[in-house]
Design a protein around this ligand. Sequence first.
Ligand code: TXA
Ligand code: MG
Length: 346
Amino acid sequence: MTIETQVFRTDNHNILEILRTCGKIIKQGGTVAFPTETVYGVGADALNSEAVRKIFIAKGRPADNPLIVHISTEAQLREIAQDIPETAFTLMNAFWPGPLTLILNKKAFVPEITTCGLDTIAVRMPNNPLALGLIEESGTPIAAPSANLSGKPSPTTAEHVIADLNGKIDAIIDGGPAIIGVESTVLDLTSEIPELLRPGGISVEEIRKHVGELLVCDSLKGDVIKSPGMKYTHYSPETSMVLVLGNCISVGDKISELVSDYQLAGKRVGLLVTRETAEEVFSDHLFILGSRDDVSEIARNLFAGLRHLDQQNLDVIIADGGLMDEGIGAAVINRLRKAADKLVVI
Ligand code: TXA
Ligand code: MG
């Protein structure tokens, strides 16, 4: 079924009116995509089962992958979560509004569909005035996964959202490109020791400064998966992708070697690389992510790069994983690993 999707372009004059209109859509059980500092989300009233169901349908999202609930005040947190530990308040003071999602025990009245039947709830306060304004105007917490079709790279612009969800949701608020570009860090606070379930916009190193002990769940290394979403294929371009991982000094040589091999085999090759690697390799289809010295630039461009190369009708994408696996670099490498179907470790 196709519905008409209204796209709202914001300028300084019309913001309040747009937020009011979209707040009303949410209140009435509709779906609105909106910018956050990490990626665009597609939201619905977290306390309305029928509204939340529309998100799962629009995205084609598996029914066992729970949503993050977005709030604009601490009072809203107390409405939907219980047994909130002291650590949560410490972390909220340090990082909210911002790209940190906390897993807490939920209150019973929060609909099952929002948390997929779990006793826990994922909550975050986004650091974007349009997102916060929308939550306020809606007068309810907003459940919102990333606004992509399930499995595709997350959207960092309104154009990405239009490409995936036009005709499937009620409205899209265009707030320009997302500032961070990778999703929030997900931290489970429901057991004794806090546990990192997904690396993201706030680094592990930053979190460690505020908690005594921290467990790091690494599904890529075979750890038990506690965040339901981590078991699904993610961020995947249609085109097959090879990730070259390891020492940044030799990454350029390895990529050049792979390019020659693929070209000899008659394949069309695209490259997703750092500015430094770009100087050592050659391809007609090159997307420069940014400099190794500024990994936040790489994070910002990552999903746009994956989407761009995916549209070039290529046989293979080779991605540059020659980055330090720390800070926001850990989130970038995590997303690249999930997007890749082949790994070359040097
Ligand atoms: O930055 C972000 O987090 C973006 C923006 C829109 O806020 N949202 C986002 O949502 O990335 P989504 O649905 O794409 O990813 C949410 C992740 C999934 O891996 C999901 O399984 C996990 O959070 N999650 C949600 N509720 C959970 C829970 N109760 N326990 C464990 N993991 C949970
Ligand atoms: Mg997502």
